[in-house]
Design a protein around this ligand. Structure first.
Ligand SMILES: Cc1cc2nc3c(=O)[nH]c(=O)nc-3n(C[C@H](O)[C@H](O)[C@H](O)COP(=O)(O)OP(=O)(O)OC[C@H]3O[C@@H](n4cnc5c(N)ncnc54)[C@H](O)[C@@H]3O)c2cc1C
Length: 278
């Protein structure tokens, strides 16, 4: 049971949602946007989040868009992981979301909710990072369409009251060779020890990671190292592992040494898949 009362709103447009957030904030109601509610409900039950106004964005058509248009794939923030997997317009994203939680929960989790979640993994961001995707964010001053990398620093940087409306992926990336590898501690359905999503674009590997550090990331230094044909594959992988941009997680799921060990095998698998030879 959620241990507090709140008002529930279901706006029909992005403008209505953003204005409502602002209005509720002004009268001190601590509003939150609501996608699938999987994180909000579990955190509310544990007294880790409080709100007096829930703004459910699932009734907004712009947030439910899911189509190819003008050489772009557009996916609204209220689209569920199940929907992404079933339509399968971007196989790397489909594979990634099919390994988040279980089948029942995937029908609730929304793309925007996973991208904005407080959980450190946020795995749905990985395919968007390796495709240089764009994101539309709405705030009180209107919508902005920006490259994801401009607003992504460990997480998508949203100012209070801003909401994710949709993401946009250039068609050219949708059919490139790709690989998704997720290693977990025990079960197939679990949080990642490490997840890798990568694709090969013009002989270069674009690669992003989750579970390795306290936030998902893509690193140009790591890509430069892995794409350096002048050095052996073993040396590339060892150098890449020594250049992880932050501390490698060391927790009950796995020590940092163990994560380095499995990262080594995962990177071999990735380079092998893309037939990289040295
Ligand atoms: C059993 C289980 C296992 C899981 N395993 C994994 C896993 O391995 N890897 C992984 O990445 N995830 C995993 N998840 C999912 C993750 O923990 C979150 O529960 C999920 O991503 C939240 O999505 P939601 O749509 O339910 O968001 P909600 O609960 O609705 O919202 C989450 C947060 O995002 C904000 N928000 C929602 N939509 C928007 C928007 N459009 N714009 C701005 N802010 C928004 C909300 O205000 C809230 O702060 C798991 C979840 C469960 C329940």
């Amino acid at each position: 049971m959620i241990p507090f009362d709140f008002e529930y709103y279901k706006p029909e447009t992005v403008e209505e949602a953003v204005n409502l957030f602002n209005k509720l904030k002004t009268i001190g109601k601590k509003p939150i946007y609501y996608g699938g509610g999987t994180e909000f409900i579990s955190m509310a039950r544990m007294h880790n989040v409080y709100t007096e106004g829930v703004i459910d964005i699932k009734g907004i058509p712009e947030c439910n868009i899911h189509q190819l248009r003008n050489n772009e794939l557009i996916i609204g923030s209220a689209v569920t992981l199940t929907n992404i997997a079933e339509l399968n317009l971007f196989p790397l994203l489909s594979l990634t979301v099919k390994r988040i939680a279980d089948h029942t929960i995937q029908g609730k989790i929304t793309l925007g909710g996973n991208l904005a979640a407080t959980i450190i993994y946020r795995e749905a961001i990985l395919p968007l990072l390796v495709t240089d995707s764009e994101i539309v964010i709405a705030g009180i001053d209107g919508n902005k369409r920006v490259p994801l990398r401009e607003v992504f620093d460990k997480q998508i940087q949203l100012t209070e009251g801003e909401m994710i409306v949709k993401v946009i992926i250039d068609n050219q990336f949708l059919s490139l060779p790709y690989i998704h590898v997720k290693r977990t501690k025990n079960e197939k359905i679990d949080y990642p020890l490490i997840t890798i999503a990568a694709l090969k674009n013009n002989n270069n590997i674009n690669i992003a990671f989750s579970g390795l550090c306290e936030y998902p990331f893509r690193s140009s230094l790591i890509e430069d190292i892995l794409n350096d044909n002048l050095i052996s594959i073993d040396e590339r992988i060892n150098t890449a592992i020594n250049n992880i941009p932050s501390q490698i997680l060391n927790d009950i799921s796995g020590s940092s040494e163990y994560r380095k060990f499995i990262l080594n095998t995962m990177l071999h698998e990735t380079l092998n898949k893309f037939e990289v030879i040295s």
